[in-house]
Design a protein around this ligand. Structure first.
Ligand SMILES: Cc1cc2nc3c(=O)[nH]c(=O)nc-3n(C[C@H](O)[C@H](O)[C@H](O)COP(=O)(O)O)c2cc1C
Length: 340
């Protein structure tokens, strides 16, 4: 196993974190890493956090943690948070409609030191909708208010509760009402993913929906949806008036996108190799680790490591997981780009 590539550590974890950019929220900068199921587990998230100063990346979240019946146990929350600590705050995201369960889960999260709890009102998966959770709330603003209220009760004023919505279920006519539902429930921040549930993850985005949410509420808003490169962060803020920008797949393409640091192909490959090594250390077999690396290669633009879509295809079509990882390790020994 290659030694993990040493990520630059801009700020030691023991340094005092900088002051939050807005009172009442823990975020140390205006750019946030989005919750992503199957990706923002500690294995990936920590690698991104380790590469950023808290003045560049202001916060991150766990993938959604389902509240099914009753409160999520401390042990489960710890699993999602991992053991490494950074000066960048990491919140827990919960998804569920069982009000007592949500309240108790938030209480448990606060007990173990979580600085902010987010609620998922955007997950389009059928399983979530069946349980009236995730994007189902977009058709039930009253239910959204109740869920946020339950979370706020659980937080007992000790940490802020934030809410993440999509722009609507089938259409975006009601962005304002949905944004207000989150605010009415007591959310301290609203994140709006500007696609509707029907739009899934389509390429087209309409950032004016973010601007509409900003104008509809008095709480700060985090805009989300196709902020892909570093320059998009400031552009989304300028065009919509949002206070924060949350990034999902842009960070899967380039984990350095929050700082805008341009890495070379070797360093980019180093991230993926380190990711595979971390997954292996957590018990993943070669196939599992390579599968997770491939998930990133679908998006990967960092370091010019993948020159074009044809070359991306050669990575994605590689059926032998060991060969895929060996090819990546090979890049560590090259000084420039390549990998064909
Ligand atoms: C693989 C994947 C998993 C996701 N999981 C979650 C999740 O657990 N919770 C959530 O609120 N959103 C989730 N999302 C949505 C993202 O947080 C974000 O809202 C969406 O990708 C749009 O942002 P982007 O255009 O910057 O990617 C997920 C998205 C992806 C691609």
């Amino acid at each position: 196993m290659n030694a993990p590539v040493q990520a630059p550590a801009p700020v030691a974890a023991t340094d005092a974190p900088p002051a939050p950019v807005l009172p009442g929220l823990p975020f140390t900068a205006r750019w946030l890493l989005a919750p992503m199921e199957g990706v923002t587990a500690p294995s990936f998230r920590d690698l991104v956090l380790a590469r950023h100063a808290p003045t560049d990346l202001g916060g991150a979240f766990t993938e959604f943690v389902r509240v099914i019946q009753g409160p999520v146990a401390h042990k489960e929350l710890h699993k999602h948070l991992g053991t490494a600590r950074f000066p960048i705050p990491v919140g827990v995201q919960l998804m569920g409609r069982d009000l007592e369960g949500v309240e108790g889960s938030v209480r448990n999260a606060v007990d173990i030191g979580v600085p902010v709890v987010d609620l998922n009102f955007g997950c389009p998966a059928r399983g979530a909708l069946k349980g009236c959770a995730g994007a189902a709330a977009l058709k039930d603003p009253t239910g959204m208010v109740e869920t946020v209220e339950a979370a706020v009760r659980g937080a007992e004023g000790r940490v802020p509760v934030t809410a993440k919505i999509r722009a609507g279920f089938d259409h975006a006519h009601d962005v304002e009402a949905l944004a207000r539902a989150a605010e009415d429930g007591g959310a301290a921040l609203l994140t709006i993913h500007c696609r509707t549930r029907r739009e899934g993850y389509c390429d087209e985005v309409d950032w004016t929906r973010i601007e509409r949410a900003v104008n509809a509420v008095s709480i700060p808003v985090a805009g989300n949806g196709s902020a892909i490169v570093h320059a998009d962060l400031e552009r989304m803020r300028r065009e919509t008036g949002c206070a924060f920008v949350m990034v999902g797949r842009g960070a899967l393409a380039d984990p350095w996108m929050f700082s805008g640091r341009e890495v070379d192909a070797q360093e980019a490959a180093g991230f993926l190799v380190e990711y595979a090594d971390v997954l292996a250390s957590l018990g993943a077999n070669v196939k599992g680790a390579a599968g997770r690396v491939k998930q990133l290669l679908n998006y990967w633009t960092a370091g010019g490591m993948i020159a074009d879509e044809e070359q991306r295809g050669t990575w994605l079509r590689e059926k032998d997981p060991a060969a895929l990882l060996a090819r990546l390790r090979g890049l560590l020994d090259e000084s420039g780009a390549g990998g064909r």
